[in-house]
Design a binder for this molecule. Structure first.
Ligand code: SF4
Length: 249
């Protein structure tokens, strides 16, 4: 039987082409390429959790352009230290367009009025506090940048530097970098660490779902510890999502 290759959409073809060109590039070069391709008409955003490793990518961005929109998911369940860090780091780096994304009042009122949905249904909680706010905010953009890395394991082991997702191009400039690369960059540029790192949190999300880890454990072992959940859902194709709608970014 003759094999018929599935036709690629123009967006898939573009993502594959960019990935082939950039897959071994330095993260700064990947960022420059993303900005050159998509910054026009405000079509590019970077999504950051202002978490344990976020300063590296945000610093790289600030060295190229400070006015690219940075989307920050303020879930209403973050550590106070993260909210403080988001303010101080954005100021230090001179980022001029950090946008705080919050859950809708209607979703909170109807689905999580007591702010304890995480106790019974973490997928539904992530859905209203992360997935839907980001979906609404990202709608007008053609491409976005994430801070995901392969060394975090799980689904991220197969992470491409450039991919197509949900009708947009997604750049993952740090996909190839490991912990030593990140630490060396942070030291070289004297970047302030997230205050919880020194308290045993190598990955920082919402306070109810983040625990400190022991030496030698995986970076994300403290995220939804004791459950099968490893991702919040914002990086899951909706067709494959475990719930209809709904980590560390
Ligand atoms: S990480 Fe936990 S608290 Fe935060 S949105 Fe997801 S389930 Fe809710």
């Amino acid at each position: 039987m003759a094999f018929e290759a599935e036709a690629l959409s123009p967006l898939q073809a573009r993502a594959l082409e960019l990935n082939a060109r950039l897959r071994d590039a330095h993260p700064s070069e990947i960022l420059r390429a993303a900005i050159d391709e998509y910054r026009h008409d405000g079509k590019l955003a970077l999504v950051s959790s202002f978490g344990a490793e976020s300063a590296v990518l945000l610093h790289m961005l600030s060295q190229i352009r400070k006015d690219i929109p940075v989307l920050f998911l303020d879930t209403g369940q973050l550590f106070g230290q993260t909210l403080d860090y988001r303010k101080s780091l954005a100021t230090q780096l001179g980022l001029t367009d950090v946008r705080d994304l919050r859950p809708s009042f209607a979703d909170l009122a109807t689905q999580d009025p007591n702010a304890d949905l995480y106790k019974t249904d973490t997928d539904a909680c992530c859905n209203i506090r992360k997935v839907l706010p980001l979906d609404r905010a990202i709608e007008g953009f053609g491409a976005w940048i994430t801070g995901r890395k392969r060394f975090h394991g799980g689904d991220r082991l197969r992470l491409a530097v450039v991919e197509k997702s949900e009708g947009k191009v997604k750049f993952n400039p740090l996909a190839n970098w490991n912990k030593a690369d990140l630490d060396a960059y942070a030291e070289q540029h004297d970047l302030p660490p997230h205050p919880l790192v020194a308290m045993g949190y190598p990955s920082v999300g919402c306070w109810p779902c983040t625990s400190p880890v022991e030496d030698g454990q995986d970076v994300r072992a403290g995220r939804w510890a004791g459950s099968d959940k490893t991702e919040c859902g914002i990086h899951v194709e909706r067709a494959r999502a475990p719930v209809e709608v709904g980590g560390d970014i």
